[in-house]
Design a protein around this ligand. Structure first.
Ligand code: CP
Length: 294
């Protein structure tokens, strides 16, 4: 089923065929670097901070020949009390052909999308999901390991508060991978197999994805929660338990010295900068499928 003209709010409602079609399109763009120019306007509403997602969406739109109008939380009229919906309606009235929205408010993006005439891409919604991040993570695994089916993916850290974990779980399981978690018990998800000891999880896994400690979502908790992460840190000692042809991921932004150490970024198994690179191609593929760009 084509996604043309539709919103991308989550991954669980997409078929494996549709997910793989994003990968095919991303791979083709990456290999051929063929960007036929199109005229369109993408409205970016980023009400929570971002570097990778906002930057790569802008690069992707510009590569396609489109234009962007960007509204950021700290400088927008949201600070004067305007709602997310009214911000989106404003960008729609500018003539945007699609909206790319990140927000953490109580307004649901699905409800906002129903009140708009143009498609919406979820660029990160509270803890609910971050679909294009899940897609680029899975695409990076496919590239590095040759496929997703049968892979054993260990997600490490704050799985409870991570929207990346929510979307990654949707796409990894849909494409036939096994997923498990390891990390502080207080951040454990009940829907995943759990390894109390990181080393055991690393011995089981073919792919390990560490997550940032989501301090901004730990309302009322002690700020020293980052210390909880140290027994689950990826470093040269713990990675001795990980296979030589495995893949190391982190969606970013990462905190050196907390989730991982400097040497991890130099490890031959590390694909973290590949994830960033692939973000442009996956987002370009999603935009192309939604707008019907050829
Ligand atoms: N992974 C991710 O969403 O990064 P940004 O917050 O920098 O966009």
């Amino acid at each position: 089923m084509s996604i043309q003209g539709k919103s991308l709010l989550d991954l669980k409602s997409l078929s494996a065929e549709q997910l793989l079609s994003f990968f095919d399109r991303a791979r083709s763009l990456k290999e051929t670097k063929m960007w036929r120019p199109h005229r369109f306007l993408a409205g970016l509403v980023f009400l929570e901070s971002s570097t990778r997602t906002t930057g790569s969406f802008q690069v992707a739109v510009h590569r396609w020949g489109g234009q962007t109008v960007v509204v950021s939380g700290s400088t927008s009229s949201v600070t004067k009390g305007e709602s997310v919906l009214d911000t989106c309606l404003t960008l729609q009235s500018f003539g945007s052909d699609l909206l790319i929205v990140r927000h953490g408010s109580d307004e649901s993006l699905a409800s906002i999308a129903r009140q708009l005439k143009i498609p919406v891409i979820n660029a990160g919604e509270g803890v609910a999901g971050h679909p294009t991040q899940g897609l680029l993570d899975a695409f990076t695994i496919q590239e590095a390991r040759g496929g997703i089916r049968g892979e054993r993916i260990l997600v490490v850290g704050d799985t409870k508060h991570s929207r990346v974990a929510s979307s990654a779980l949707e796409v990894f399981t849909q494409l036939g991978a096994e997923v498990a978690s390891s990390g502080p018990l207080v951040w454990k998800r009940d829907d995943l197999r759990y390894f109390d000891r990181l080393e055991q999880g690393l011995e089981w896994a073919t792919v390990v994805m560490s997550l940032r400690v989501q301090k901004e979502r730990h309302m009322g908790q002690d700020s020293s929660t980052t210390d909880l992460m140290l027994p689950y840190q990826l470093n040269s000692q713990t990675l001795r338990h990980f296979r030589s042809d495995g893949v190391i991921l982190h969606p970013g932004p990462f905190n050196r010295g907390i989730e991982l150490t400097d040497e991890v970024l130099l490890d031959a198994r590390c694909c973290i900068w590949k994830q960033v690179e692939n973000g442009v191609f996956i987002r370009a593929a999603v935009i192309a499928e939604i707008l019907g760009l050829t």
